[in-house]
Design a protein around this ligand. Sequence first.
Ligand SMILES: *Cc1c(COP(=O)(O)O)cnc(C)c1O
Length: 472
Amino acid sequence: MATPKRPELRSLPSVGSLLESEEMSALQSLAPRSVLVAAAREAIAAARSAIRRGGGRGKAEAAGRDAILRDAARRVGEAVRPAFRPVINATGIVLHTNLGRAPLAEEAVSAVTDAARRYTNLELDLESGSRGSRMAHLEPLIAELLGAEAAHVVNNNAAAMLLALNTFSLGKEAVVSRGQLVEIGGSFRIPEILERAGARLREIGTTNKTRLRDYERAIGPETGMILRVHPSNFAMVGFTEEVTRAELAALSRKRRLPLLEDLGSGALIDFTRWGLPAEPIARDALDQGVPLVCFSGDKLLGGPQAGILAGRKSLVAALKANPMARALRVDKLTLAALEATLRLYRDPEMLAASIPTLRMLAESAESVRARAKRVLRAIGADRASHFRAEVVACTTEVGGGAMPLARVPSYAVVLRPARGKVEDVARSLRTGPDPVIGRIESGRLLLDLRTVSRGEIPKLAASLVRALEEEP
Ligand SMILES: *Cc1c(COP(=O)(O)O)cnc(C)c1O
């Protein structure tokens, strides 16, 4: 009956004795008792299974009281840390969808903080004292910046497409060129969103060539709208042809059909001034006769996640009247951030200073290099024996499905640990107290400084030193 017990199992501390320890008592201000109890339990259980698995001196050490206390404290630290938290983006990709796309301008941050903390005139007209529209705060500003008659804002650009397709093609056909039936990423595909919006897809032309007469032939009594999609994240070269925007706009007028142009990235200004490729500018599309455009708020615009629709008053009125608009409406925090961001666009000369994403995209490689050198100094790379670090030139993408062909010249700190795998260092950087996300290229860990602000350098350096010292 009696199983021979290992003596280490009997000497494991109790939960109670761990909780009474000085180390755990010190954590009481950090976490509620339930969290401390769970951490102590888990640490003891981990030690118990380490003993059961057997093993040499290392295991015996892991079962010691001090080691268990350290493990419990680490577990408390993890439990109180928010699951969703800021990271240092050292990928160099300015619009990294997995890292939350655009960091906001200071003006937008303080607008969000104010709106979050207090009551607002969200749906109150202060002049008349009666109920107002939450769009009333944004619509005039968007109209002014884009030269549009009217505007509407929803949760993201995917929602903008959904709303427009549902409003104008429910039970009808939406005519789209085959060359524009793209997948944006995160499983957002034009044909699928179209179907879920209740529209029928009428694909025309071929993958590489679509002509005006393809549109003319497809349009009939079943047509609800024409859709034009900016193929943001890929480019077609060679034997290709698409109908120009002006031709499509003229067709939409002649046949009295709504035309929606999905611009994707939401450029309000010309990016070629910074040596970047031209992206379709919202105002140009409207000027060239497109009656309705939509684009994202958190891509090249540099604001919060949002979908902006702008164009002719009658079309925007139909969007607002769709019951689906209520389900896709933005909250006060988004409105606050978007209004503050858009206000900055009134002063285009200041944009590269005021909007973080534009600042990062516009920064010269030389100036990025200076920050990379600063990191080398901060980690004491010249004195280190267990790793090698140097500054190298590299190139990055813009990200967010914008400017797929652009290669932005940049500089990175490249790390090579003397021992251990570069993947382990990358993992350790990701899971530390201030997560750092780099990229691995040909067996080297690159930390691209284009997307790391000067203020983040001390944290970045501390995380690097910590991860490199952790190495065996
Ligand atoms: C990114 C993108 C979308 C989706 O926009 P979200 O704001 O991410 O929902 C739709 N269409 C195009 C062309 C895009 O580039």
